[in-house]
Design a protein around this ligand. Structure first.
Ligand SMILES: [Zn+2]
Length: 221
């Protein structure tokens, strides 16, 4: 009994950064499976020391599922298995999938994809879509997200970023967020692409992860 109690305390300590709930981890895993395929996802989960996640789908509730360190472990395992550059490219694509799958799970995102939303001015839709996303993440992910702007860009700032929690990396490591933001803006703008770039990363020793987003869609050929 005493031993079980001790284990429980240790588990709580490792959650010091916060946790992602089942519903969010379930969405993350569906999205990673889309991009990696189920065999590669299983290998990544084993490498991340989270093999139990491959066994059965998590229930769609808000009970704690993964600590921030475990979320970061998962991110790091993708890079370790595929190399940093390809790993981050895969995470970027998974971030796009998170929005698409998340539409049915997180009501606020649906409004971004709603036809009625499309009649609002573009700059309004861009700003509002990111505010909706920030609110969802602040409410359900335990991270601290805020949106600010400069004359040229929006800045998406994540204090307590789970994606790189406790990691030490050589290049910005939170491409899944870049992908999520790009896809959100794509839907909000009715199919336009915006430049999104992670300019600081806590994994590099910066105080927060910051993403710079162009105020206007990029010009496409
Ligand atoms: Zn980060």
């Amino acid at each position: 009994m005493a031993q079980r109690l001790e284990t429980g305390v240790a588990a709580q300590d490792s959650r010091e950064g916060g946790y992602f709930p089942n519903k969010l981890v379930r969405l993350l895993l569906f999205s990673l499976e889309d991009v990696l395929g189920s065999n590669s996802l299983r290998a990544v989960l084993t490498l991340a020391r989270l093999p139990e996640l491959a066994e059965q789908a998590l229930p769609p509730n808000f009970e704690p599922a993964l600590s921030f360190s475990e979320v970061a472990q998962l991110n790091a395992a993708i890079d370790e298995m595929h190399g940093t550059r390809s790993g981050q490219q895969l995470s970027l694509r998974a971030g796009h999938a998170v929005f698409r799958h998340g539409i049915k799970d997180f009501g606020g995102l649906l409004s971004v994809a709603d036809v009625a939303f499309r009649i609002l001015p573009l700059s309004f839709r861009v700003r509002l879509s990111m505010e909706v996303l920030a609110e969802i993440l602040n409410r359900y992910s335990g991270q601290h997200v805020r949106l600010t702007e400069t004359p040229e860009s929006y800045l998406w700032i994540v204090e307590r970023c789970a994606i790189c929690w406790g990691l030490q990396v050589a290049a910005p490591a939170c491409s899944i967020v870049t992908g999520l933001l790009s896809e959100t803006l794509y839907w909000a703008s009715g199919g336009r692409s915006f430049q999104v770039e992670e300019v600081t990363c806590a994994g590099l020793g910066d105080p927060a992860c910051m993403f710079r987003i162009g105020r206007a869609p990029s010009v496409t050929a």
